[in-house]
Design a protein around this ligand. Structure first.
Ligand code: NDP
Length: 451
């Protein structure tokens, strides 16, 4: 009989926590998961999944316009936000159920309530104490809004998923994934969007060509994109808001949304009681195996603030479960070549190094680009560019970075990410036969490097 109630106690039923729990249970561990909100965490409830459903909805706006060029007569179109929200909620509830069933079938004990560590091997949930050989902190992150006068008037992505009605005018603050994606969604759904970003060009960390190209496309569509813009204060004026910028100018809006990053959820978890070291921003500090300075306490996903992406948390979870309860056969987590997509309008997707980073690391590199109008728009006349870019070692060597802006960029780049993980070279890209006519074939037909 074990001295502990459980072998593995997971705090947080998000993507990372549930995957770690299921894998550990599969290895024969006795596992509990504690959760005080809906099952599935940010991704399922207020992140990736409902956001992607919103982007599908938003893309119909352009599709209806384009349909006429293909012979379709589309009658009067109306959009009903409440219908979208209701259907989205139904799907999220279904997914909550799927998460519950998956844990149930794996023999995992689901404990409802807020878990607090009371020692290196002990947790209380709503007054009941549980002991465990290992505790996994998978509590995710939450949106942060900076301090400034009037910040109580803003919403974050959490609330954006439950708006009672669409505003006529909105201000979006931030220049990361969430700000760019929601600016595109709301604009396509008919909201007049002003996006404010504090730096010279949004999407810092992405390849510069992609950043510039997307800014051009969003402005063509009518998003009022303002860089080097910082909010000084927000005042309520009747039902609207006056957003005053640091340069003295002002923008009026019916809704102000902040998407200025997410902070690890470690407050009030009892981590100090257990002696767990935190970074300055509250993230749990972990080693290569996701172990904190306390040998029985592990952490992964957004709460360790390495890469805030669901598939990364899931991969980290598989490493943890394998390390603690499996054969230890999985290699250490690699953070190289993590593909990602921004579901902006148009989409961006990327894998590997930006041109700037590749030059910094490798000195000389070759850059291949292609910028064109997708075949679909030859009939519709829609003024939207597709852009593809490869960054390679000179002499048809390894492909170091692959970047795309255009329809289905995420779907396309996912496939090429496999090739990149295998260390594919430009020579191998050249030897690959294209699928015609697609946009993706450009990646294997780029022959002349940019001067
Ligand atoms: P990001 O970290 O991506 O971006 C935050 C943005 O807010 C940056 O542009 C940043 O500017 C700006 N910012 C930060 N602090 C301030 C401030 N005090 N005042 C004004 N602007 C500020 O965070 P998000 O909130 O967009 O998203 C959180 C994470 O969620 C992302 O990092 C991503 O990993 C994940 N995510 C992934 C998605 C996907 O895979 N498609 C979709 C949505 C989210 P600066 O660049 O100057 O620092």
């Amino acid at each position: 009989m074990s001295e502990y109630d459980f072998d593995f106690f997971v705090i947080g039923a998000g993507s990372g926590g549930v995957r770690a729990a299921r894998m550990a249970a599969g290895h024969g561990a006795r596992v509990a998961v504690a959760e005080d909100k809906d099952l599935g965490g940010t991704c399922v409830n207020v992140g990736c999944v409902p956001k992607k459903l919103f982007t599908y909805s938003a893309h119909y706006a352009g599709d209806f316009e384009d349909a006429a060029a293909y012979g379709w007569e589309v009658g009067a179109c109306g959009f009903h936000w409440d219908q979208l929200i209701a259907n989205k909620n139904t799907e999220i509830r279904r997914l909550n159920g799927v998460y519950g069933r998956l844990m149930d079938e794996a023999g995992i004990s689901l404990i409802r309530g807020r878990a607090i560590l009371t020692g290196p091997n002990a947790v209380t949930v709503e007054g009941s104490e549980y002991t465990a050989k290992y505790i996994l902190v998978a509590t995710g992150s939450r949106p942060v809004v900076p301090d400034f006068p009037g910040n109580e008037h803003v919403i974050t992505s959490d609330e954006a998923f439950h708006l009672a009605a669409l505003p006529e005018r909105m201000v979006m603050v931030g220049g990361g994934y969430i700000a760019v994606e929601f600016a595109g969604i709301f604009h396509s759904l008919g909201v007049a969007v002003t996006q404010l970003y504090r730096g010279p060009l949004f999407l810092r960390g992405f390849d510069n060509d992609l950043r510039e190209m997307l800014a051009v496309e969003m402005r063509k569509q009518g998003v009022d994109l303002r860089f080097e813009s910082q909010v000084a204060k927000i005042e309520k004026q009747g039902k609207a808001f006056q957003v005053t910028l640091k340069d003295g100018s002002a923008v009026e809006a019916d809704l102000v949304m902040y998407a200025t990053g997410r902070a690890p959820n470690t407050k009030g978890l009892g981590l100090e009681v257990a002696g767990v070291d935190l970074a300055e921003n509250g993230a749990v500090k972990v080693d290569n195996h996701f172990c904190s300075n306390v040998p029985s306490v592990y952490a992964l996903g957004d709460v360790i603030d390495r890469v805030q992406l669901t598939p990364v948390a899931i991969t980290e979870a598989m490493c943890v479960a394998d390390h603690l309860f499996g054969e230890g056969a999985l290699a250490d987590m690699s953070y190289d070549n993590i593909p990602s997509a921004v579901f902006s309008h148009p989409n961006l997707a990327t894998v590997g190094l930006t041109e700037e980073e590749a030059r910094r690391r490798f000195g000389e590199v070759e850059v291949y680009v292609s910028s064109f109008m997708a075949l679909k728009h030859t009939l519709t006349g829609r003024d939207e560019n597709t852009f593809m870019k490869l960054v390679t070692e000179p002499g048809a060597g390894r492909v170091l970075g692959l970047h795309m802006m255009g329809e289905a960029a995420g779907e396309i780049v996912q496939g090429f990410a496999v090739a990149m993980t295998c260390g594919a070279t430009k020579a191998q890209f050249d030897a690959t036969i294209g699928i015609h006519p697609t946009s993706a074939e450009e990646f294997v037909t780029l022959r002349t490097p940019r001067e």
